[in-house]
Write a protein that binds this ligand. Structure first.
Ligand code: SF4
Length: 408
């Protein structure tokens, strides 16, 4: 029998409980949410508010900040005030480790200003103190009506859970290796903590889970397992992904597999920025990952060929770059003014081999002349050849055509 071809689309999304974080809904079928994290000193409200604004304007729908000291906790409401004055309305998440219970108790204005608390079950407290400190943070979430992300991390595993699972190896017919133990410890730590939070009274629709690791295959294995064992909304991210192309490739490889399987309600791409480099790069990568997979639309997509020996100059790469930069720059305004603009596709191609064909698939495409071709650049609008550009002003004219198309 002939096999039915699979549709060219991701599997259906995993069903999860929706969680409201300020104005943003995560899970329950809501669009997959992009989030990021600041790297400023939270004790400095001016620079932290500035970076939150940059991340939000780049498209980060949630922004996490570290809250690690009493001064940082005291700065949180001042950061919120600054953002309000700047007209930036993005939910802020507080990232707590070790002392979250004390900071939230000591700074009610911080507890109130944050839209969600992130706690790490591996370092919320140790020994006898663990339950009471975890409980205290959940009580604060209940008091201030906030959701919580229980975020376990490979780098800060709950050691008591690891010891317990290692001990159980004696009773297993086939003992688990260290990697299996670590994966199970992460998942069990998140699930057990979520169960405890529910026992204390936090409803399921205020709990998000994450189990981050830094290896691609481990992350995929952990999340497949976690997703099958609960219906909590899941935050996805490859932790400590690294710098530049390595970080982007590793994150995209891991997250794409999971997203394709319908797993993940919110994502962060954890990139180490170049010294002095913009933090917003991770937001753009997250958006592009979701958009290239057909899961969301944020901005017109520019298709460009890689170029080859058929191109005589770098002009077409420069044109592709000009078009991409123009789109990114204009997008905040376009998003407000024009419906559906984020779904546009643009093509900038280097010669006649694939140029006209690819241009016809795009809303607007240009095919520049390759080596030995007549010096003319046909422009296609909605699949039809609309005009031919010539001369030294092709870049400006093409951008003008794009602006006209968007505004019509
Ligand atoms: Fe080379 Fe032309 Fe293909 Fe671009 S479209 S990669 S210039 S053959």
């Amino acid at each position: 029998a002939t096999q039915k071809p699979r549709p060219a689309e991701p599997f259906p999304r995993r069903s999860s409980v929706a969680v409201q974080i300020g104005k943003v809904k995560v899970g329950g079928g809501a669009p997959i949410v992009v989030q990021s994290m600041t790297n400023t000193d939270t004790e400095d409200p001016a620079s932290t508010a500035k970076q939150i604004a940059e991340l939000a304007r780049a498209g980060s729908e949630l922004v996490r900040i570290t809250v690690n000291t009493p001064a940082a906790a005291a700065a949180v409401p001042r950061i919120a005030e600054r953002l309000a004055m700047m007209g930036v309305d993005v939910p802020i998440i507080g990232d707590f480790h070790y002392n979250g219970h004390q900071l939230l108790e000591a700074e009610p204005a911080c507890a109130e200003a944050l839209a969600k608390y992130r706690i790490n079950p591996g370092n919320v407290g140790f020994g006898k103190k663990k339950d009471s400190q975890f409980g205290a943070i959940i009580e604060m979430a209940l008091r201030y009506d906030k959701p919580v992300r229980i975020g376990a991390n490979w780098g800060s595993l709950d050691q008591s859970m690891v010891t317990l699972l290692m001990d159980q190896n004696h009773t297993r017919a086939e003992p688990w290796d260290a990697s299996h133990v670590a994966r199970e410890a992460l998942i069990r730590s998140a699930l057990d903590s979520a169960a405890k939070a529910e026992e204390i009274g936090l409803p399921r629709d205020r709990i998000i889970l994450s189990c981050k690791v830094s290896g691609v295959q481990e992350l995929i294995a952990v999340y497949r397992d976690l997703a099958a064992r609960c219906d909590y909304a899941l935050h996805l991210g490859l932790t400590e992904a690294g710098m530049g192309s390595k970080g982007i490739t590793a994150s995209a490889a891991a997250l794409a597999v999971l997203l394709q399987e319908g797993i993940g309600d919110t994502i962060r791409i954890s990139l180490t920025p170049e010294p002095g480099g913009a933090r917003t790069g991770e937001v753009i990568v997250a958006q592009e990952l979701l958009q290239t997979m057909g899961l969301r639309s944020f901005t017109p997509l520019v298709t460009a060929c890689p170029g080859c020996g058929r191109t005589t100059s770098e002009f077409f790469q420069e044109l592709a770059q000009t078009v991409q930069a123009h789109v990114r720059e204009q997008m905040p305004l376009w998003r407000i003014k024009y419906d559906g603009v984020e779904n546009l596709t643009l093509a900038v191609m280097g010669c006649i081999v694939n140029g006209p064909g690819e241009s016809k698939h795009a809303n607007i495409g240009i095919s520049l002349p390759g080596n030995g071709e007549a010096p003319a650049a046909p422009v296609f609008i909605d699949g039809v050849k609309a005009m031919t550009l010539r001369g030294d002003n092709i870049a400006n004219e093409f951008v003008g055509i794009l602006d006209d198309y968007v505004s019509r």
